[in-house]
Design a binder for this molecule. Structure first.
Ligand code: NAD
Length: 391
């Protein structure tokens, strides 16, 4: 039996609903002992809703001798401060994306984790879901040969979305950082590190609030950074991938994640979910959907709630908990999180300078072991997907 890792969630907003539920019920390696928020009343609400014993302040989490792991679910602009405080207090940290709103801050956090000998894990952990792990297995077993190129596209009206999700108005809230990071994370999991980036970008529009009944009297805002980024990524494996993130259009998402190889084409499912279906295409053959080779397909069958759409979030923290106990690297580690951020920052840098951005960070991500699934008997019972997180 692996000793459970005593864990506290810091930040009890929207995404904490699925995290708290999953961390409490799904992973036997996690002991979710406490929740905390800058606003104590929301932490109290979540503790009551999901049956968590303790509500703490952020400082109490840091000072607690028994909490080993802090799961940081605050908005991106608050990540640096929370992660730094927890690392300095000797806690391992799992953080929602992006690691920090700024690459230099993220480098500093990685150096701090190294100095302290602590784990720092970073979302997106959708890359550990059934969809992306199955795509990874298809590539690793040579189903489309060598990947020569690819295409990644996502669009939204990010300024409009920032009317509801107000944290999107700040640093780290632009579409490339908030949503594009799922596409970058998936590409990194599938193809490995990026060597260089060339990009063009346009800034977000100044947004006049439209939901007047919600936001009477609010001033216009402009999300920092590029809202549209069009880029070409050269991966170390040789593949060239075209990326288009457009946050200045409408909320009718037309996403694509397609990899072209020497023997076939793989249409990868939505990387913003855990259970995207992958389609394999060969010349002169009927295309086919690949069955999943892995668990964590995003289908949450225990006590359904309105937040189950968010799938198996928390799997990265659980995989890290096993890594902590076994003294091995975690898959969604700080090097992966830092490289995600360097790719995004490289796109921004290239767009503003007109130069090719050469990237200097690197990472390694092992695939999960195949053949373990999340449920059986029609989803009515929990099966053994957790075994795939152990080694
Ligand atoms: N909402 C989504 O659909 C979604 C999906 C996936 C990932 N995420 C990521 O999860 C994180 C949180 O998103 P959310 O939608 O839950 O945001 P949210 O605004 O709903 O909740 C954030 C919570 O953090 C608290 N907080 C802010 N600063 C804090 C601090 N310094 N210390 C302690 N608590 C603090 C706030 O009071 C709030 O309760 C972000 O990094 C976001 O990118 C969100």
């Amino acid at each position: 039996m692996t000793k459970k890792v005593k864990t506290a969630v810091v930040g009890c907003g929207m995404i904490s609903n699925i995290y708290i539920k999953n961390l409490k019920n799904l992973f036997s390696v996690i002991d979710l002992a406490a929740v905390a928020d800058i606003n104590r009343s929301v932490a109290e609400e979540k503790a009551a809703a999901y049956g968590v014993d303790r509500v703490m302040t952020v400082d109490e989490v840091a000072a607690s001798p028994d909490i080993e792991l802090a799961v940081n679910l605050t908005p991106a602009f608050a990540h640096y401060g929370v992660i730094k405080k927890m690392l300095e207090a000797g806690k391992h940290v799992w953080t929602e994306k992006v690691m920090a709103a700024d690459l230099e801050e993220a480098r500093e956090l990685c150096a701090l984790a190294d100095r302290k000998g602590l784990y720092l894990g970073v979302a997106p952990d959708t890359v550990l879901g059934a969809g992306i792990q199955t795509a990874r297995r298809a590539l690793d077993t040579g189903m489309i040969g060598d990947v020569t190129s690819g295409l990644a596209v996502i669009n939204r009206d990010q300024s409009l979305n920032a009317e509801v999700f107000t944290f999107l108005r700040g640093r780290g809230g632009s579409l490339p950082y908030d949503v594009g990071v799922y596409y970058i994370g998936a590409l990194l999991c599938l193809l490995g590190p990026v060597r260089s980036v060339k990009a063009f970008g346009t800034p977000a529009p100044v947004h006049e609030p439209r939901f007047l009944f919600r936001n009477a009297g609010e001033k216009p805002w402009q999300i920092p950074g590029s809202s549209v980024l069009s880029a070409s990524l050269r991966f170390e494996c040789g593949a060239l991938v075209s990326v288009l993130f457009d946050g200045s259009t409408v909320n009718a998402s037309r996403h694509a994640l397609t990899l072209f190889g020497t023997r076939g084409v793989l249409e990868v499912g939505d990387p913003d979910t855990f259970g995207g279906q992958n389609t394999l295409i060969y010349a002169d053959q009927k295309e086919c959907v690949l069955p999943f080779t892995h668990g964590y397909d995003g289908k949450n069958t225990l006590d359904p709630t309105p937040f189950d759409y968010y799938g198996h979030r928390g799997v990265g923290a659980a995989e890290m908990a096993y890594a902590i106990r076994r003294g091995r690297p975690n898959r969604c580690g700080k090097e992966y999180g830092l490289h995600c951020l360097e790719v995004l920052e490289g796109m921004e840098r290239s767009a503003s300078t007109g130069e090719t951005a050469e990237l200097d960070t690197r990472f390694v991500m092992k695939p999960l072991a195949p053949g373990y699934y999340s449920g059986f008997m029609g989803g009515s019972a929990r099966a053994d997907a957790e075994f795939s997180l152990m080694e």
